[in-house]
Design a protein around this ligand. Structure first.
Ligand code: EPU
Length: 428
């Protein structure tokens, strides 16, 4: 970006869009992980399928949740918050068209497609937005709806999906897509007969959503495996649900602790959800202690270069590749990141290079040559996990780092500034 455009951008943002970090402080103490963004953003739209009140506990305070609450409001669903508890009353729902710009502010608004199609056999809405990670088609979602009997019309940015009736079918996904698995699962809850999703995604968020839907009376078996079976029902009742901890937030704090910590305990973690990360960190030389619901990280400045390949769960999560890259700048030798999910998810590398990193990038790959000390400067969060990687880099860097476009970070990290400050970071 030309410097003048960048300066203009800086002027246009309010102070809320900036995170400032004076790096080099050692992190110590405990940090508690919030509930899972990618679960809650599927759970909230799925509430349109309930005929009774749904109560959710431990809902994270993040921008994506704020936007989804507004979209539920457009459907005449009442959402009442009491701290981190949400009471959602869908009993007077009206299936209006979701032609509101908020739909385009996040990816997960696409879950209204499966949920409203299932409940009302009709949905009309804008295409979803979300982080710019290169092309993010939704063809597998739409093919799945068609297999259940829906007809789809697309006019520019507007998608309209109708079905006289939904009939269960055997659906094979060409790729184990998280979004397509969830969307088809939602619509299939109200399809007549049995739907089977083969080559389904196995992410923990899918298990969390299916366990909530089953409490509501759905009949879903096999979530968390590559074959999910859904026997259709005609009605879903209300329920009370606790959302699982956020494995990507947990991973982000564990990496930050590995980068700048002396002795940090990350609490409210399901260690099995982040095994691909913790085993890679151990290979780098990070000392970890794992309990049933925590990971304790001990600082170590003598780190080895490693290679990672991002893959669907239980492989190394694409969402943690960007935060880990910041730590890799500290490791001795050449690290390699092969990104198989989003070939263009490398915008953080340019920002890290402006802080003194030595990273080469090409489509699908980045090569990190370390160790390189980082220095503070003005940098730009271009997407959520890029933002997380820049926060870690800012903690590691000497001097002052100013992260612009920090709103990307608030989409997915509850109280990140406060949590890091409590660990001893100088951040505002
Ligand atoms: N894909 C298709 N066609 C489809 C759907 C997906 O080609 O119809 C491709 C995508 O282009 C991508 C790959 O399949 O290359 C994976 O996409 P997937 O559908 O699994 O991802 P998603 O549902 O769009 C969710 C998370 C992402 C996370 C990915 C992968 C939500 C709201 N988003 O996205 O989270 O990176 O799964 O695990 O759950 C984030 O939290 O920062 C984030 C981007």
């Amino acid at each position: 970006m030309a410097m003048s455009t960048q300066n203009q951008l800086i002027k246009n943002f309010s102070m809320d869009d900036l995170i400032r970090i004076r790096g080099g402080r050692k992190l110590n103490g405990e940090v508690t992980v919030s509930s899972c963004k990618n679960s809650v953003v599927a759970i909230l739209p799925s509430v349109v399928m309930a005929s009774e009140i749904v109560k959710l506990y431990d809902v994270p305070e993040i921008k994506d949740v704020e936007i989804l609450k507004k979209l539920l409001g457009l459907l005449n669903i009442k959402v009442t918050a009491d701290g981190d508890e949400l009471t959602i009353d869908p009993t007077e729902i009206i299936n209006v068209d979701l032609l509101d710009e908020d739909v385009m502010k996040l990816r997960a608004s696409y879950y209204f497609m499966g949920a409203l199609l299932g409940r009302f056999r009709h949905v009309k809405m804008y295409s979803p937005g979300g982080c710019n990670l290169g092309p993010r088609p939704i063809d597998l979602h739409l093919k799945g709806f068609e297999a259940l009997g829906a007809k789809i019309k697309q006019d520019g940015n507007v998608i309209e999906i109708d079905a006289e009736e939904l009939l269960g079918d055997d659906i094979y996904l060409d790729f184990a897509s998280v979004g397509a698995t969830i969307n088809i699962m939602l619509a299939a809850c109200f399809a007549k007969g049995r739907t089977t999703i083969e080559n389904a995604a196995k992410e923990p968020e899918i298990i969390d959503l299916s366990s909530m839907l089953n409490k509501m009376g759905a009949q879903i078996r096999g979530a968390g495996t590559s074959e999910i079976t859904i026997n259709g029902v005609s009605r879903l009742k209300g329920c009370i649900h606790d959302i699982i901890p956020d494995r990507i937030e947990a991973g982000t704090y564990i990496i930050a602790a590995a980068a700048c910590g002396e002795d940090v305990t990350v609490k409210n973690v399901i260690p099995q959800h982040i095994e691909a990360l913790t085993s890679k960190l151990e290979e780098m030389g990070v000392k970890l202690e794992q309990g049933s619901d925590y990971v304790r990280v001990y600082g170590n400045d003598d780190l080895k270069a490693v290679d990672i390949i991002t893959q669907p769960f239980p492989g190394f999560a694409t969402d943690l590749q960007q935060p880990l890259t910041s730590l890799m700048t500290k490791a001795k030798g050449d690290s390699h990141v092969e990104e198989t999910i989003y070939a263009e998810r490398f915008k953080h590398c340019k920002e890290l290079n402006s802080m003194g990193a030595n990273i080469d990038c090409e489509t699908g790959n980045s090569y990190i040559h370390g160790p390189t000390p980082l220095h503070g400067t003005d940098i730009f969060a271009t997407d959520l996990r890029c933002g997380a990687s820049l926060v870690i880099a800012g903690l590691m860097a000497e001097g002052l780092t100013t992260i612009h476009n920090a709103y990307h970070i608030y989409r997915g990290y509850d109280s990140i500034v406060e949590k890091l400050r409590a660990l001893g970071a100088e951040i505002e």
